[in-house]
Design a protein. Structure first.
Ligand code: PGA
Length: 244
């Protein structure tokens, strides 16, 4: 399977910025050996979907509500994202878990909502620095997988150590490889054969200079990129570094 390089713009982006960036991705996409996904803020999902129409660059949301519609001021549902042109949605990002107190059970409900709406969920897991130092990283991630994924899960998992997000720090290549092997084993144990083929992305301070080494590791199916996804040359630099 081709690797997936996914950009999480977080709470960044304007109409002007989006147009320039998306045009650059569109122009470069055909020559890449990987799949591209952009996840702009909800205000720009429809803009991105229109700008990328006819290209292979996919568009995703950064979160969705667990209900398809209703009295939930300020929230956005999975069918709304689909309607706006999204095909994917990031769920359970550590910033959502921290800023909005999202639990594994809520993430699991959101995954069900996303799938019901025809979106491919990208479920984020990862330990804090204290948990890694305390030797609990694998147990924490196993717990998040068990709580967030139903037995028929068929989406993407993103391993994002919380302490590596936006910090410029990354785990060692050995630690990334070990955690991805652990996640693969957990997916196979919990999902059976279905767990064998799911993409497992690495996220946390991925940039052009470290992408080739990270993307060459076994069981790394691509990257979830935050800061570097806001600059076309950086995001494309990462995409060009994949093993193809
Ligand atoms: P970063 O963010 O690339 O800026 O570290 C990654 C993420 O949060 O998905």
């Amino acid at each position: 399977m081709r690797q997936l390089i996914a950009g999480n713009w977080k709470m960044n982006g304007s109409l002007t910025m989006a147009r320039g960036l998306l045009d650059a991705l569109r122009a470069a996409d055909a020559a890449l050996g990987c799949d591209l996904l952009v996840c702009p803020p909800a205000t720009l999902v429809s803009v991105a979907a229109h700008a990328l129409l006819g290209s292979r660059v996919a568009v995703g949301g950064q979160d969705c509500h667990a209900k398809p519609a209703g009295a939930h001021t300020g929230d956005i549902s999975a069918p709304m994202l689909r309607d706006a042109g999204a095909s994917h949605v990031i769920l359970g990002h550590s910033e959502r878990r921290a800023d909005h107190g999202e639990s594994d059970a809520l993430v699991r409900a959101k995954v069900a909502a996303a799938v019901a709406a025809g979106l491919l969920p990208i479920v984020c897991v990862g330990e804090t620095e204290a948990q890694r130092v305390g030797g609990q990283a694998e147990a924490v991630v196993a717990g998040q997988l068990a709580g967030s994924l139903a037995e028929d899960f068929a989406g993407v998992v993103a391993y994002e150590p919380v302490w590596a997000i936006g910090t410029g720090r990354t785990p060692t290549e050995a630690d990334v490889a070990a955690m991805h092997a652990h996640i693969r084993a957990e997916l196979e144990r919990r999902l059976g054969a279905g767990g064998a083929g799911l993409r497992i992305l690495y996220g946390g301070s991925v940039k052009p200079s470290n992408a080739a080494a990270l993307m060459a590791l076994p069981e790394v199916g691509g990257a979830l990129v935050g800061g570097a996804s806001l600059v076309a040359e950086d995001f494309l630099g990462i995409a060009r570094a994949v093993r193809g």
